[in-house]
Design a binder for this molecule. Structure first.
Ligand code: ADP
Ligand code: ZN
Length: 433
């Protein structure tokens, strides 16, 4: 196995040792920020008493609201003049949060990113197209600097303008790309519609991430674009992309434990879950200068995959993100995640690449309607055929969700699309009073 950095194969003891050393340094550094200075004092933690990774549970948790409340500079642990860049989260679940970087921070991030891309099989000779939005969003510059660090010819295409994306891919023989999965599904639909053979498209590797997506979505992206798609996980609070990434086995994402301490906690009790169980991912930065974060609650739900990976890397793997805690829908007393719906829909051959989940209220009862795009060749058929597709989808969803949603079949390309993160859930309940 080829690796980018020797840190990828440290023994578990060595990882624990690195974590302990870096945690001690991080806590001291964090204590320089107004926020952590106060928080650590409040919780009675003397920064000098944190010397080992086993001390992690003594540290206070940090939430997204803490970041919002200390906006703009409350979490800064370095001199203002040492800062060279800031990024912000996308604001998917409320007002965005800001993260600062020193020059070293950017270098460490680019190294981690390059490590991920190398692991997915990207090399210096690849031509890399970044199809994510540039700007405050970390999926732009974050991925970009990783690709340059690897030495790829890097095309900062940005998001959207599908015709231009395809032209760049062909003209410059792009062999690897980064794309948000919902946009990749859309692009795949365009490729199919134009009658292109995916085998004629040069890319062999896609990095897909930044939003939850199902295994079925990955499968479609791989088949319809004729490439291998690797799951990429990150969040701006932990730099952005480059936190956890799939290796060639595509069986969970290695989380770089020399740069982050990861815990999986029960979101209610805030105690660690049992080995291999799903909970909230909580992370501590180990290498960040400008803005260290201690035990940051990501709200993302996942689990550690037990056992070792066949690739030989020693860093533990997290499972595909099941969704954000905020994404959970409660319908007729049943908990539902949008990804469960996606997984069912995209396994149905007649279903095209897009869908929408609508919540509304009838009397006192919440209702779930799923709008599903149907591929053109099936949509022209007679009412009876459509009726039977509708019934089949309703049955499959009932088996998965244990409630029966209403299914509305709509024409392909009639639902809203986005070249950034998709918003698939429309909640009409508040508007109905
Ligand atoms: P925001 O939280 O406002 O969307 P970010 O742009 O920082 O801001 O996005 C980070 C979030 O995106 C993560 O916390 C997670 O919910 C989601 N995310 C990122 N990568 C993935 C992935 N590979 N799978 C599922 N969700 C992901
Ligand atoms: Zn592996």
């Amino acid at each position: 196995m080829e690796i980018f950095h020797t840190a990828e194969v440290l023994s578990r003891d060595e990882i624990a040792h690195v974590q302990s050393r870096r945690l001690a340094r991080t806590v001291k550094r964090a204590a320089k920020s107004p926020f952590y200075k106060a928080r650590l004092a409040q919780t009675g933690v003397d920064p000098d008493s944190i010397t080992s990774v086993d001390d992690i549970s003594r540290l206070p948790l940090t939430t997204k609201d803490d970041l919002r409340e200390s906006y703009p500079f409350g979490m800064l642990a370095d001199e203002h003049r040492e800062l060279v860049r800031l990024h912000a989260s996308s604001g998917t679940t409320g007002s965005p949060t800001v993260v600062y970087h020193t020059d070293n921070d950017l270098r460490t991030w680019a190294d981690l990113m390059a490590r991920c891309m190398f692991m997915a099989g990207i090399r210096k000779d690849d031509v890399f197209q970044n199809m994510a939005g540039y700007g405050l969003f970390t999926g732009g510059l974050g991925i970009h600097y990783g690709a340059e660090r690897l030495g790829c010819l890097t095309i900062p295409a940005g998001a959207g303008n599908t015709a231009r994306q395809l032209k760049l891919i062909r003209d410059f023989n792009v062999t690897a790309l980064h794309i948000i999965p919902s946009y990749a599904l859309y692009l795949a639909g365009v490729v199919a519609e134009q009658g292109m053979d995916p085998r004629d498209l040069p890319p062999r590797i896609a990095l897909i991430g930044a939003e939850p997506h199902s295994e079925e979505a990955r499968r479609r992206i791989e088949e319809m674009l004729g490439l291998k798609a690797f799951n990429s996980y990150g969040l701006s609070e932990m730099n952005g992309p480059g936190v956890a990434f799939e290796c060639e086995h595509q069986d969970g994402m290695h989380l770089w434990e020399d740069s982050y301490i990861a815990e999986i906690l029960n979101p209610e009790t805030l105690e660690p879950v049992a080995e291999g169980e799903v909970g909230e991912l909580v992370m501590t930065t180990l290498t960040r200068e400008a803005m260290p974060l201690l035990r940051y609650r990501t709200r993302d739900l996942t689990r550690f995959i037990p056992g070792e990976c066949a690739c030989g890397r020693t860093h533990r793997r997290i499972d595909r993100i099941a969704g954000r805690a905020d994404d959970m829908l409660i319908i007729k007393g049943v908990n539902i995640y949008p990804m469960q719906i996606e997984q069912v829909l995209l396994a149905v051959p007649e279903v095209a690449q897009n869908y929408q989940i609508v919540l509304h209220r009838e009397g006192f009862i919440d209702q779930l309607t799923v709008r599903v795009e149907i591929k053109e060749e099936f949509f022209v058929e007679d009412m009876r055929a459509l009726g039977s597709i509708q019934k089949r989808i309703a049955g499959l969803l009932r088996n998965e969700l244990l409630v029966t949603p209403r299914i509305e079949l709509v024409e392909a390309k009639s639902l809203p699309t986005s070249d950034g993160k998709a918003s698939r859930v429309v909640d009409m309940r508040d508007k109905q009073g």
